[in-house]
Design a protein around this ligand. Structure first.
Ligand code: NCD
Ligand code: ZN
Ligand code: ZN
Length: 348
């Protein structure tokens, strides 16, 4: 890291959790991620989920074709687990370098999870294989039972699913994605080195009041939903602690404006356009600028066993206004921090 009071230069970061979508919107959103990040883990929850090696290869090609001319961005692909996932197919894609992890969506937990896993017992043999070959499991950690309050679904998932799973498969490499609670941060800290977590910018900036005070605010709605203030503070502490188990994963999740501003609005926050600016503001507020590079550019590659990026990026302390909406190749999307002024600007 190279810093003066007004400029910060770090190794180029990676984003360990993105949704790039497909079709026309893909070319509208991928440049935002590729502008700031060298690599990103691309989530497989398309309308037709990425469950085969062939579909992951084809999706990767569509992403590359949608990149701005000359962009060196590398998409890292993932496999969507279903009740019928084949351990051999998982292993083949992993060994051929087509995907580097598999994603567990509990069925009906979030956007694009209709084909997800109805009971982890159904993917036992897939998980055993992943443990054996060292293939990471990425987890959307929420239970879906109707009797569990939506604000408790992550903490209950730890008790009912994650803790038993890690007891049964203590060597499984696992990333607890987009954690939102103190319970999740504590669980990750107490677990072995094989367990890590991503943290989004929104869960560092907002608590549940942002969604519900003064009117219902669909652009602050994502899953898992933002929780109480004490959880936001615990996440800020974990992200800025220097603990290598925590790393950057924006969970940028673009949805058209009209699909969020609706009677049943979609879950997901589009934060890619100002992702680094958003995170950096948190690190500055927490007096942890010296830990920003580890969180953004080092801890993720170390967990995944990938090389660190050689090139650097610079941010400078100068106000930047976030637009109220962004046109993503014909789809209007409201970005995170819309209408706000952020204190750091991504230079390149
Ligand atoms: C994500 C999406 O829109 O794909 N939405 C979200 O609220 N985070 C899915 C997910 O990551 O759970
Ligand atoms: Zn998720
Ligand atoms: Zn996500």
């Amino acid at each position: 890291m190279n810093s003066s009071a007004n400029r910060l230069t770090i190794r180029r970061p990676d984003d360990w959790h993105v949704h790039l979508r497909d079709g026309a919107i893909l070319a509208g959103v991928v440049p935002h991620t590729a502008r700031q990040f060298a690599r990103a883990i691309v989530m497989p929850n398309l309308a037709a989920p990425i469950t085969s090696v062939a579909s992951a290869q084809a999706y990767r090609q569509r992403i590359l074709a949608a990149l701005p001319e000359g962009s060196p961005f590398t998409p890292l692909m993932t496999c969507y687990l279903t009740d019928h996932s084949d351990p051999d197919e998982l292993q083949r894609g992993f060994e051929e370098g087509v995907w580097l992890a598999a994603k567990l969506y509990p069925a009906h937990a979030t956007t694009g999870s209709a084909h997800g896993v109805t009971d982890v017992a159904n993917i036992h043999s897939a998980l055993e294989r992943m443990e054996r070959i060292g293939m990471p499991l990425l987890v959307h950690g929420e239970v879906t039972q109707a009797d569990v309050d939506v604000f408790d679904r992550e903490a209950v998932f730890i008790e009912r699913v994650l803790a038993p799973l890690l007891r049964a498969m203590p060597g499984l490499r696992m990333v607890f994605e987009h954690i939102t609670t103190a319970e999740a941060a504590d669980f990750v800290m107490a677990a072995g080195e094989n367990v890590a977590a991503t943290i989004t910018p929104q869960h560092l900036h907002i608590n549940r009041n942002a969604m519900l005070v003064g009117g219902i605010r669909p652009h602050a709605y994502c899953l898992p939903v933002a929780k109480r203030e004490k959880h936001r503070l615990a996440l800020r502490k974990a992200a800025t602690s220097g603990n290598p188990k925590f790393f950057l994963g924006t969970d940028t999740a673009p949805h058209a404006r009209h699909l969020k501003e609706a009677a049943c609005g979609c879950a997901g926050i589009f934060n890619a356009p100002f992702a680094l600016e958003s995170y950096l503001q948190v690190f500055e507020e927490e007096d942890a600028l010296d830990r920003f590079e580890a969180f953004s550019s080092e801890n993720g590659p170390a967990f995944y066993g990938l090389p660190l990026n050689a090139e650097t990026v610079t941010l400078e302390r100068s106000a930047i206004e976030v637009p109220g909406e962004i046109d993503a190749n014909g789809t209007v999307i409201v970005p995170f921090h819309a209408g706000e002024t952020l204190r750091w600007r991504f230079v390149g």
